[in-house]
Write a protein that binds this ligand. Structure first.
Ligand code: SF4
Ligand code: SF4
Length: 434
């Protein structure tokens, strides 16, 4: 047999890819296949290429890397697959092989290293960059540059990416790390809150709203100080050694006590936190039991609230709303009904179902930056579906999707529409409660 073009450590495994029966039922669920209609950019085609690389029949070279890069890791193919192929696992391992054995162009290497390894894992550095960006945004210079069309003339792609930049909020949520938020009324649960990395700077108000909603539901919320970046973006980029280092830090921070749950409001983070055991299956297996213990506690905030007898003393939030499923909630965590159940309990909120709500909006971590063209195509398709609903409030449950949908709304004919997290609606409803 020809030698595999993967190295033996953490590679796509026969036990996983051999489940694929090539039926093609995943094709129309795949956003890149829907756009390009090319087998090689479908889940089945990508699995075929992974097998060929393993058999030594295809080089781990530019063509393979291109098709794997273009995958959103949205995992819509997993929920469509009748054969139980764990595609996310396959693509993440293929990417770890690419990260170790394929030399990307210098600029791409530098940017990935700088952002994923040099910035996200370091809270202080993130805060410094955040403060500089916040000053830039608040000075009005950012607006001036965007409106001058200077960036557009220099690079239309750069101009599009600049519009995706999150608003840096004051104060950052980092100052809440280490704090405890008491339950309102009698305490029924004691939970830990996972605050994220960029979310500490760009979604500080969302994090605070999440704490208030949990407190309204009888939760005392502890925000462990030593927690850090979950490692999701690193896992998606194939940087598994770095992701493991980040996971270890979180295991230490969150396993120091026994909580009723570890809560996150970010579907992308929640998905990887629940999958920490996969990081320790082959490497550092001595940490596998700890990872299992930790992941069994992790809950998306919508999942947790719908799972307890949540406080229904909600005031009215009058709006015509629609809900976009974050891929890592619907496909990776299989959570679809919990956010809808919560939203349907809010008086005055008319929830209109969005067609193709389970198709990726194009956000996908840093995909909308590194694969901006495809991300824009997916966003345009998403906005057409959203327009059909005539909703004035667009809801989702993941910070990355919030940014992407806000960019879509800002560039649309109706930029007055609001884009909110499900938890922010609940927070509003508790505040208007009689
Ligand atoms: S993860 Fe998403 S983009 Fe990638 S193959 Fe599956 S459906 Fe397609
Ligand atoms: S649906 Fe599953 S079994 Fe069928 S081609 Fe896609 S991955 Fe393979």
């Amino acid at each position: 047999m020809t030698q595999s073009n993967y190295s033996p450590r953490e590679k796509p495994r026969w036990e996983t890819y051999s489940k694929c029966i090539h039926c093609g039922l995943c094709l129309n669920a795949c956003p890149t296949y829907r756009e390009l209609r090319q087998e090689m950019d479908s889940p089945r085609g990508r699995i075929y290429q992974m097998i060929q690389v393993d058999r030594g029949a295809l080089a781990l070279g530019p063509s393979f890397v291109r098709h794997i890069d273009l995958c959103l890791d949205c995992r819509a193919c997993e929920t469509a697959c009748p054969s139980g192929v764990e595609y996310g696992r396959l693509v993440e391992l293929a990417r770890s092989q690419i990260a170790r054995h394929y030399r990307r162009p210098l600029r791409s290497r530098l940017l990935r290293r700088l952002f994923l390894a040099g910035l996200l894992p370091h809270r202080r550095r993130l805060e410094c960059v955040g403060m500089i960006l916040r000053a830039w945004q608040q000075s009005g210079l950012e607006q001036l540059v965007l409106q001058s069309h200077l960036l557009e003339a220099l690079s239309p792609r750069l101009a599009r990416i600049a519009r995706l930049a999150p608003r840096l909020e004051k104060p950052f949520f980092t100052r809440q790390l280490g704090h405890v938020v008491p339950a309102r009324g009698s305490r029924r649960y004691r939970v830990a809150f996972f605050a994220g990395c960029i979310a500490n700077l760009a979604f500080a108000r969302l994090n605070e709203a999440t704490l208030r909603v949990l407190a309204e539901n009888g939760c005392e919320v502890v925000i462990p100080k030593e927690q850090g970046c979950c490692g999701a973006l690193q896992v998606h980029a194939g940087l598994r050694d770095l992701a493991r280092r980040l996971a270890r830090r979180n295991l230490e921070a969150f396993l120091a006590e026994d909580w009723d749950a570890v809560i996150t409001n970010a579907a992308g983070c929640g998905s990887v936190l629940k999958e920490y055991p996969l990081l320790f299956e082959e490497e550092q297996p001595e940490l596998h039991p700890q990872a299992l213990r930790f992941s069994s506690r992790v809950k998306d905030v919508t999942e947790y609230l719908a799972g307890i007898d949540f406080n229904r003393a909600l005031g009215p939030v009058p709006a015509r709303a629609t809900y976009q499923d974050p891929c890592h909630l619907a496909h990776a965590q299989r959570i679809r009904s919990a956010p809808r159940q919560l939203l349907r309990a809010v008086p005055g909120l008319e929830l209109v179902e969005l067609k193709e709500a389970e198709v990726c909006c194009g956000s996908a971590g840093i995909y909308n930056v590194v694969e901006n063209e495809m991300a824009e195509r997916l966003l345009a398709a998403k906005m057409r579906r959203i327009d059909e609903t005539q909703a004035d409030l667009i809801l989702t449950a993941n910070p990355g999707c919030l940014l992407q949908l806000r960019a879509g709304v800002a560039g649309s004919k109706n930029p007055a529409r609001r884009v909110m997290h499900v938890v922010e609606v609940l927070d509003k409803a508790y505040q208007t409660s009689p």
